[in-house]
Design a protein around this ligand. Structure first.
Ligand code: URA
Length: 204
């Protein structure tokens, strides 16, 4: 990932950028999704949090991290003493990709082409915001920003300094915590997540 590589949208504000993204047809994901789920937060944000892609709830609401994973994220940020309102929260891919199972829409991973194509928006967001630090939530964001060799279990809690990007703190995706059935194990994992988020203070 290189912020200088590739063009970005020629706009001066996040509002204009978001308006452009509403009509995005750069890849086919817009065809089945309800709407573009763009990033949200102030242009002055020091922290940019990047997930994978909107989930079912986000697709319907048109806002990032408002579903179950968002609830875990909110609680963890608050435990780490970080105000969500002061962060910019976005996703690597801006449309929900899913497979239909009866009435349920099951999350399906974005592929490398979709990620690369959608990076047009992420690059544009990062150029406008110029954050002090990026938090990569999970493999999709971390792999794209830091490189494919990333292993979340090994690299979580580490701050990487890729060329031409602000520092990137790698951590798990909050939905990982939701998938742990055992409540004690899930709690322990959330404590580790909060611990990772605490490292942000080293850069701010
Ligand atoms: N998971 C993500 O990666 N992003 C969202 O916005 C919601 C869930």
């Amino acid at each position: 990932f290189d912020l200088r590589e590739g063009e970005t949208a020629n706009v001066g504000s996040l509002r204009e950028l978001k308006a452009q993204a509403e009509h995005c047809k750069r890849c086919d994901l817009y065809k089945h999704a309800t709407q573009t789920v763009f990033g949200e937060g102030p242009m002055q944000a020091e922290i940019v949090l990047i997930g994978e892609q909107p989930g079912d709830k986000e697709d319907l609401a048109g806002r990032p991290f408002v579903g179950p994973a968002g609830a875990v994220l909110n609680e963890s940020l608050s435990r780490a003493g970080i105000d969500r309102e002061r962060c910019y929260i976005t996703n690597t891919v801006k449309h929900f990709k899913f497979t239909q199972r009866g009435k349920r829409r099951l999350h399906s991973k974005p592929n490398a082409g979709e990620i690369r194509t959608c990076a047009w928006w992420l690059r544009s967001e990062l150029k406008l915001i110029e954050p002090k630090i990026i938090v990569a939530l999970g493999t999709t964001a971390a792999g794209y920003l830091v490189g494919k060799a990333i292993r979340i279990t090994k690299d979580r809690g580490t701050i990487f300094r890729p060329q031409n990007l602000p520092p990137v703190l790698v951590t798990i995706h909050p939905s990982y915590i939701l998938r742990i059935r055992d409540r004690h194990a899930a709690n322990a994992e959330q404590i580790k997540f909060v611990h990772d988020l605490n490292r942000l203070k080293e850069v701010l």
